[in-house]
Design a protein around this ligand. Structure first.
Ligand SMILES: *Cc1c(COP(=O)(O)O)cnc(C)c1O
Length: 319
């Protein structure tokens, strides 16, 4: 069963057409990791995208260690929580989600989904959550739940980077060469960091930060220096497209996402991929990419988050 993880076919790659791309003489492809899920389990769309890439080797490791339980951490709308819950159901792990903040009076779609997959949810206060990596907190979890395979918040660890590092080779096979730019959104930076490792400096990796602040450069530097003696230099973080921070938005972004869907028939989420594509088109407009550039943007999934976003803010995103 778990071997399915190793035998999957590559996610599709799709070319976009627009007058701006034509005018700027650039080619833009979307690597549809949002469609990367196990066909056999088609309904579990939450186990897809970059969460699929990042969990792949962690799930194999957990099986190898004969762990029966996966435990992880996240916010109440987390794509990672949804993905771990779905993966647990598919591959027969018990799952425990340590959720930041109080239990809401009614569960949002992400938590409802996680529960429906059998995930046990434990809510901890924001201050306790901040201490989640401390040894005292860890021992209290072991005392409460017994032994488990632990996956960090957002899923970023060495094995996650190993999974993301496979993306460039897939693209190279599909296009016959690597593009000039590979773009990904950055939450923890694990996906971009992993891809940088798989690029062998042949293309530039561009990360689009969905959070306020300029910590991604340092964080990715840290992730890479723990893996490589000589940290690759072929990457850069764009920090102007966070729209106010995690789960913040502006009308511009919503309009862009809805327009993008009606034009290209590709759904984007407002937390991650919408911001990146907005950024790519803005950079194109501003002449950032030299004429003749080939760009591949990773559609990292996250579509499960739209329902929760719409429930929270009014039905802003067209379904
Ligand atoms: C979690 C997530 C990200 C962030 O990935 P990192 O590896 O943490 O940077 C990006 N896109 C989507 C859709 C996600 O769900």
């Amino acid at each position: 069963m778990i071997d399915l993880l190793l035998k999957h076919s590559p996610s599709p790659i799709q070319k976009l057409f627009s007058s701006l791309l034509e005018e700027k003489e650039a080619q833009l492809f979307v690597k549809r990791d949002d469609q990367l899920h196990l066909e056999a389990m088609g309904h579990d769309d939450a186990f897809c995208g970059n969460k699929w890439r990042k969990l792949k080797y962690n799930l194999l490791k957990a099986k190898e260690l004969q762990a029966s339980t996966l435990l992880t951490f996240g916010g109440a709308f987390s794509n990672h929580i949804a993905a771990v819950a779905a993966a647990g159901k598919i591959f027969n792990f018990k799952t425990i989600g340590i959720i930041r903040g109080e239990c809401p009076p009614t569960l949002n779609p992400t938590l409802r989904f996680a529960k429906s997959c059998g995930m046990r949810l434990k809510y901890v206060s924001r201050s306790a959550y901040r201490e989640k990596d401390s040894t005292t907190f860890r021992s209290s979890l072991v005392a409460e739940f017994g032994s488990f395979y632990s996956i960090p918040e957002g899923g970023t660890n060495d094995l996650a980077l190993k999974g993301a590092a496979e993306i460039p080779a897939e693209i190279e096979q599909q296009l016959g060469r690597l593009p000039d730019y590979i773009c990904a959104c950055c939450g923890t930076g694990g996906t971009l960091g992993g891809m940088i490792g798989g690029l062998h400096e042949k293309s530039k990796a561009l990360g689009f930060s969905v959070l306020k602040g300029d910590f991604h450069t340092q964080e990715i530097q840290r992730l890479l220096s723990s893996k490589y003696d000589k940290v690759p230099m072929n990457w850069q973080i764009q920090t102007n497209y966070h729209f106010g921070g995690y789960a913040k938005y502006k009308t511009d972004l919503i309009d862009f996402i809805n327009h993008f869907k009606s034009k290209h028939h590709i759904a984007l989420d407002p937390i991650y991929t919408g911001k990146m594509f907005y950024g790519i088109f803005d950079l194109l407009q501003k002449g950032y990419f030299p004429k003749g550039s080939t760009i591949v943007a990773i559609h990292s999934g996250g579509l499960q988050g739209i329902a929760g976003f719409n429930e929270r803010f009014g039905d802003l995103i067209d379904l």
